[in-house]
Design a protein around this ligand. Structure first.
Ligand code: SDX
Length: 428
């Protein structure tokens, strides 16, 4: 493809063009400032590629999502979270031997160091588990050196221990004793067992619940350069250790516009139910520019068609609730919201569709997972994606520290004012 041409102040510049394996076109502006003295501006990075990556492909217009080229629909139907984690991190579907070893390694690294339990004692029971999660993850760096030789082991340690950290944070919040990992359980079953078993009686994990959780983890496993993954790449580019880097992704995911949305979707549906179920009133509020209300779980920076994950989760929600014999009025409210919104010109014009967060909370609720743990579930699913993206970046010999530029719009040079000559200015 020909170079791009830029004309600035009457001068023409040639900019090289990169074309990806799916035909995406990127104008390479690496040398823009040195050639032209100018930079680009792109609030929210909606048009800016931060990297080239071979991990996940999304086509937002056609509602396509692929991990290493495999369609999410196929992986959701045929794969497992551990197999998808291996695929994302190491780049190929594992052989049976590779998967057995990966599973063995994860199973035998799921214990936390006993003295790490003391960290939980300082938190009030009301501490949000996302805050506990990120501080416990960064604290792993106190026990495990971040060396090249330890990289595989540390990847295993983090994938294996995050579910234990998550389950312990839940037990701490409800004042129950910690339940330790069980080596004879699958990843999802072990997480549910650590969260819901109590010493006084045996707890049986229903296979359909474990299968539904495994599906949710697959669907959340990666999503190219979203807010939290870009944060992981930003922090990782300074060569901070892997644990600190992933902890930064957990913090970014916590925000209600990103991974925190699944918690806010349920709170929104509960509010609609508590206020009489008039979902049309909330559609009108979402359209009202004078209202700060947004339809949580709707809209996406990239998808301008259905989020393929939302389609899969909508079907899974029906299946799981039917299997468990649960009738959740919030699911009916969600379906009515979706139906009305998708017929409304405001949403149609802005191409606002349900995203991954719209139905996931309904399934978590059916599993008995409390709302405050929803974003923790998202983080557990996204962990292999964060690790894969971080590993791809650190293994790139051309990696540079992320350091965007800015256009300065503040005061031009002025002289210092002695304190007694200053006037009060209202601080906002
Ligand atoms: C995730 O990036 C990823 O890949 C993220 C994710 C992943 O897997 O990592 O997919 C996970 O974070 C999903 C998104 C979860 N967040 C929510 O559900 C929160 C509600 N959604 C919005 O806040 C919003 O849609 C975003 C944040 C998701 C996207 O925001 P953008 O791309 O910056 O779009 P925008 O806010 O500029 O919206 C464009 C227009 C605006 O109206 P106008 O100014 O053009 O009149 O659409 C409107 C917005 O007001 N709009 C909404 C809306 N989302 C956008 N109006 C009402 N309700 C909404 N939900």
């Amino acid at each position: 493809m020909d170079n791009a041409k830029l004309v600035l102040n009457g001068k023409e510049y040639q900019l090289p063009v990169t074309v990806g394996t799916e035909g995406e076109v990127g104008i390479d502006i690496t040398a823009l400032r040195s050639k032209t003295g100018a930079i680009t501006l792109d609030s929210g990075y909606g048009n800016t590629g931060s990297c080239e990556s071979s991990i996940t492909f999304i086509d937002g217009e056609r509602g396509i999502l692929q991990y290493r080229g495999y369609p999410i629909e196929e992986l959701a139907a045929k794969s497992s979270f551990l197999e998808v984690s291996f695929l994302l991190i190491f780049g190929h579907l594992p052989t049976r031997e590779e998967l057995d070893k990966f599973t063995f390694d994860l199973t035998h690294h799921s214990l936390l160091r006993e003295d790490m339990k003391k960290f939980y004692e300082g938190y009030p029971p009301t501490a949000h588990p996302m805050g506990v999660l990120c501080s416990m993850v960064v604290s792993l760096s106190a026990y495990y050196p971040d060396t090249q030789e330890e990289r595989y082991n540390n990847i295993i340690r983090l994938l294996a221990k995050l579910k234990t950290i998550a389950a312990f944070s839940y037990k701490k919040s409800i004042g129950q004793p910690y339940v330790y990992p069980r080596n004879n359980m699958s990843f999802a079953a072990d997480l549910l067992h650590m969260m819901f078993a109590v010493p006084a009686e045996d707890y049986e994990v229903h296979q359909e619940v474990a299968d539904a959780l495994d599906l949710l983890l697959i669907l959340h496993a990666d999503h190219e350069q979203n807010c939290s993954t870009s944060t992981v790449r930003m922090v990782g580019s300074s060569e901070a250790n892997m644990f600190a880097t992933i902890a930064s992704g957990i913090c970014a995911l916590w925000g209600k516009l990103h991974g925190g949305a699944n918690q806010h979707v349920i709170e929104m549906l509960q509010r609609i139910q508590n206020e009489g179920g008039d979902y049309r009133k909330f559609i009108d509020m979402a359209k009202d520019k004078n209202s700060s209300f947004k339809l949580m779980g709707f809209g996406h920076r990239v998808y301008k068609n259905f989020d393929p994950r939302a389609k899969i989760l909508k079907e899974a929600a029906d299946k799981v609730l039917n299997k468990l014999g649960i009738k959740d009025p919030l699911l009916e409210i969600a379906k009515n919201l979706e139906r009305v919104a998708l017929e409304d010109s405001y949403f149609i014009e802005r191409k606002l569709y349900p995203n991954v967060d719209f139905y996931s909370g309904i399934i978590y609720r059916a599993m008995g997972i409390p709302t405050e743990m929803f974003t923790v579930m998202f983080a557990l699913g996204r962990l292999p994606g964060w690790i894969a993206q971080w590993k791809e970046m650190r293994e790139d010999p051309a990696m540079r520290i992320y350091r965007p530029r800015q256009i300065y719009t503040g005061c031009t040079e002025r002289s210092y004012i002695p304190i007694d000559e200053r006037r009060t200015v209202e601080v906002k």
